[in-house]
Design a protein around this ligand. Structure first.
Ligand SMILES: [Zn+2]
Length: 247
């Protein structure tokens, strides 16, 4: 049975002489693999719409082990992503993170929308990369069912102290006083906490609308990565390169 779906190419692996195996994130069927035969040939009808980070309308047929791409029409190819090494490295990491949390056969509409928004923002360079990164990481976890309670301190409810401890393995927040009692050093400031609350609790389209000083934003972005790695218990290959280009 033919499957017609929109989808974003998260990964491409070259096989044979000019074939590609694609990992595609779709809104209704989650992640799927598809073979795009001869798609690396310039004159092939699939060439333009099956490259890495292409968002396309696909017509797929089930094959023996995976789908086979029959038709593909580009909707958005995110050409601007390739303008900077940092932007490209970030997009690679986002794609790996999305491919890790998305499931085969399960809807992934909000994850896909978040990823498309992030790619768009990286391309337009209107938001700092650390900000795009932290929002993507936290909202992706949220989407995957990891929802930290950061409204106030998990012991006393306070959100008023100057610093806080965000426990990465529990996803729990401690105010300065309660953190001191358990001998945990603070790792976020009050303004960083406010930014984190905004990223997690606002409507998806407003999640990126906040400002934080560059150093504080970079610190929060690093914390978000530690949180992702700790919750998913996964080492992302793309992070090694990203960390060398994004400081
Ligand atoms: Zn407290």
């Amino acid at each position: 049975m033919q499957l017609k779906t929109k989808g974003l190419v998260l990964r491409e692996v070259k096989t044979g002489e000019a074939d590609r195996i694609l990992t595609i994130l779709t809104p209704e069927h989650g992640i799927l693999s598809a073979s795009a035969k001869s798609s690396l040939r310039l004159k092939n009808k699939l060439f333009a719409a099956t490259g890495l980070f292409c968002y396309s309308e696909f017509v797929l047929f089930p094959g023996k082990n995976m789908y086979i791409v029959d038709e593909a029409t580009p909707i958005e190819v995110f050409f601007e992503l390739r303008q900077s090494v940092e932007g490209m490295a970030l997009a690679m990491y986002f794609a790996e993170l999305a491919a890790t949390v998305a499931q085969e056969g399960e809807e992934a509409e909000s994850l896909l929308r978040l990823l498309l928004n992030s790619f768009f923002l990286i391309g337009t360079q209107k938001k700092p990369l650390h900000q795009i990164k932290a929002v993507f990481e936290l909202r992706t976890l949220f989407d995957a069912g990891f929802m930290p309670d950061i409204v106030g301190c998990c012991e006393c409810g306070s959100a008023e102290t100057e610093t806080f401890r965000f426990d990465l393995s529990e996803g729990a927040l401690f105010c300065q006083n309660c953190a001191e009692k358990i001998g945990a050093a603070p790792n976020i400031s009050r303004s960083q906490l406010a930014a984190m609350q905004h990223m997690l609790y606002s409507e998806p389209e407003k999640a990126y609308s906040f400002t934080l000083l560059p150093e504080a934003m970079a610190g929060l972005s690093r914390l978000a990565t530690h949180y992702v790695c700790s919750q998913l218990d996964h080492r992302f290959k793309t992070l090694d390169f990203l960390e060398t280009v994004l400081d």
